[in-house]
Design a protein. Structure first.
Length: 146
């Protein structure tokens, strides 16, 4: 019952508040790790193996950090654990913030302002958006929100 409560509260907080505006979303750090691995390994031979290695490193690092946060919180007390769990799940959902960012891109596209659309898209994707055209911008938003 406690885990159900954590999940329901996380959904409510995500829908009501969204992500804290002053925090860097954890996905940014994950993207930085991917970019670092890509810079080091995405060349030469065995690129598929190196890509698989990148996936393993990213998943294991992310899982380890989440596990460590939850474990330490649990050792402190149940209230700290509860707050950490709700926060992590809410951040993982990120539905409100994604919707808001996608709507900013959409509004810029409606105004035919590709510069603004690219800027807003860069907030939610890891790729370089500087030279994207409208179809690529739309695809980036759809992929990210999906």
């Amino acid at each position: 019952m406690l885990l159900f409560t954590v999940c329901v509260l996380a959904v409510i907080i995500d829908q009501w508040l969204g992500d804290p505006k002053k925090w860097k979303h954890p996905v940014i750090y994950i993207g930085n790790l991917i970019a670092m691995c890509e810079k080091i390994w995405n060349k030469g031979q065995f690129r598929k193996f190196k890509g698989l290695l990148t996936v393993c490193i990213v998943v294991l690092c992310t899982a380890f950090i989440v596990f460590l946060l939850v474990f330490v919180a649990m050792k402190i007390n149940i209230i700290v654990w509860f707050i950490v769990e709700v926060t992590l799940i809410s951040l993982a959902l990120a539905q409100k913030s994604l919707k808001e960012a996608a709507m900013l891109v959409s509004d810029a596209l409606v105004k035919e302002d590709l510069t603004e659309a690219r800027k807003y898209l860069s907030w939610i994707v890891g790729r370089d958006t500087e030279h994207l055209e409208e179809p690529e911008i739309v695809r980036g938003v759809i992929e990210t929100v999906s």
